[in-house]
Design a protein around this ligand. Structure first.
Ligand code: FAD
Length: 503
């Protein structure tokens, strides 16, 4: 990660500075703007909303409480994100938690179990964490978990990539993973990684995460940002872009990508009629929005046609404020509940939201759509219905603290629900084949966004890396260096594109 940053900085001053418009002020667009600035170009980042961050955006309600689009966790295995924090001088804003994984016990309501990672090098720390946990898996189950994962350890990334055709459930069946491990470990992992059930999720997603956790000593250690993401993370990136002569504009909604006759971009048309012309253009839009804006002339090109196979899934993020402190857990928890994914008590985990008297739980509701015939379509339900269902689930997680029948139970003071009908791309089997490279067949147009091809899935790390790779494509093109970030030729044979290894 640092090597790529250094490489981009070394390009500063080597080519005539260009003006590059980046569409979308999420982490990917902001990272792209930052690295374009570092390599000597003028980045103009355009964000449609009046708040930065996209999927990490947050805003204050009438009481001054922060409402977040999603509960966000940083992992030790996020090299580009960690490098970005270091470059911005804001590493102290990451609140690292004890190296452990905390799961609610399904059979024992109210009980939690932790996998404690001792301070040994990987993979010994993970082996010890699994072996020393006595509550969740029996010794036999622990032994049975090993063999199905052996091919990943032996063959590495090649094996992992090949599993994209398999759902988590199919993989577990094929390799003889015991049913209880699917239920106890893989369901919560699938719901945490992409907010869908394991029969829908590509096994590549789970193996990619596991591979990093197994190979990197701090890979699975988690950190919370010490406050809201727009101020604590996005703002320093914006300041960096401004200092280097670039701009970040809010409320700038792109309505049309207007083309020249040769299919290159002529200019962008904004809502309100403004026209913006630049030397180059980068889209860091979510895939569904990009598909809507795709110019007709591009839509028949195989490179862009492959995007028909990608789409965002609905995600719901819930905030619940209680009148007292609940069981004090200073960590991300895997709820292992049918309706919920991970959650955290932000009044304990996050400095800006600290409250010693009262808890604020932030929870991701998953799965929340009836994709491929699954469960209820929660995204269409009212906020009240969603909160009510969540409270029912919480009665099981906090049986002595939450429940209508408890005379002195914790009372809900207020709640906020954030529904995003098209959020992270659905990492269902076979999707990696359709994730495009950052380099496109269009001479002045580049793609970014967590859904473009990079090896860190749809995550904050993936968004930052994709933005950085897009900056690399543009900066190298300015110097007529053949881009390393390419599979552009592949679109001719209708193959997907991949980022180079080793970043
Ligand atoms: P986005 O954040 O979607 O940015 C796209 C931007 O484009 C948005 O700001 C949008 O407003 C803007 N835009 C849209 N239309 C226009 C237009 N017409 N003109 C101009 N701008 C426009 N990742 C992790 O690593 N760890 C986690 O714990 C984690 N938890 C998550 C929890 C939830 C509930 C969700 C939804 C996601 C989570 N993620 C997590 C994933 C992570 O948030 C995303 O992968 C990442 O933020 C995506 O960044 P992006 O810049 O690619 O896209």
């Amino acid at each position: 990660a640092k090597a790529l940053s250094d490489k981009l900085k070394a390009l500063d001053g080597q080519a005539k500075a260009k003006t590059i418009v980046v569409i979308g002020g999420g982490l990917s667009g902001l990272a792209c703007g930052k690295y374009l600035s570092d390599s000597g170009h003028k980045a103009v980042v355009l964000e449609a909303r009046d708040v930065l961050g996209g999927k990490v955006s947050a805003w204050q309600d009438e009481d001054g409480d922060w409402i977040e689009t999603g509960l966000h966790i940083f992992f030790g295995a996020y090299p580009n994100m960690m490098n970005l924090f270091a470059e911005l001088g804001i590493e102290d804003r990451l609140q690292w938690k004890r190296h452990q994984m905390t799961f609610a016990m399904q059979e024992f309501p109210g009980e939690f179990t932790t996998f404690e990672f001792p301070g040994w090098p990987a993979p010994l720390n993970m082996a010890a964490a699994i072996l020393l946990n006595q509550k969740m898996l029996s010794p036999l189950e622990k032994l049975q978990t090993g063999p199905p994962l052996l091919p990943m350890l032996v063959e590495g990334q090649r094996f992992i990539d090949a599993q994209d055709e398999c759902s988590v459930t199919d993989f577990c069946k094929k390799y003889g993973m015991p049913d209880r491990i699917i239920k106890e470990v893989f369901i919560p992992m699938a719901k945490a990684l992409d907010f869908i059930d394991p029969d829908k999720l590509s096994m590549t997603v789970v193996l990619t995460a596991m591979n990093r956790f197994i190979n990197e000593t701090d890979g699975s250690q988690t950190a919370f940002l010490d406050g809201n993401q727009p101020d604590r993370l996005c703002k320093p990136i914006v300041e960096h872009i401004h200092q280097r002569g670039g701009k970040v504009r809010l409320g700038a909604v792109i309505e049309e990508i207007v083309l020249n006759e040769d299919a290159s971009v002529k200019h962008l048309r904004l809502r309100g009629g403004e026209v913006l012309e630049a030397d180059e253009y980068v889209s860091a839009l979510p895939v569904d929005v990009f598909k809507r804006l795709l110019p007709a002339q591009w839509s028949s090109m195989p490179f862009f046609r492959q995007l028909d196979n990608l789409e965002g899934i609905p995600v719901i993020n819930i905030h619940l404020w209680f009148d007292r402190k609940l069981k004090n857990i200073d960590a991300l928890c895997f709820s292992r509940s049918p309706l919920l994914s991970v959650y955290a008590d932000m009044s304990t985990c996050c400095k800006e939201y600290y409250d010693e008297e009262r808890s604020m739980l932030e929870l991701v509701f998953a799965p929340c759509a009836a994709i491929a015939g699954s469960s209820v379509n929660w995204i269409a339900k009212s906020d009240d219905e969603i909160v009510e269902a969540t409270m029912k689930e919480l009665e099981r997680l906090f049986p002595t603290e939450i429940g209508e029948k408890l005379a002195d139970g914790a009372r809900l003071r207020k709640s906020r629900v954030v529904k995003v009908p098209r959020s992270v791309y659905a990492a269902v089997p076979g999707r990696n084949n359709f994730r495009p490279s950052q380099a496109t067949p269009i001479r002045n147009f580049t793609l970014a966004g967590d859904w473009t091809s990079q090896k860190f899935l749809g995550s904050m790390e993936g968004a930052v890396l994709a933005g950085k790779l897009a900056a690399q494509v543009v900066s190298e093109r300015a110097l007529s260096i053949p881009s390393q970030v390419k599979r552009v030729a592949d679109f001719i044979i209708e193959q997907p594109s991949k980022a180079p290894e080793g970043i």
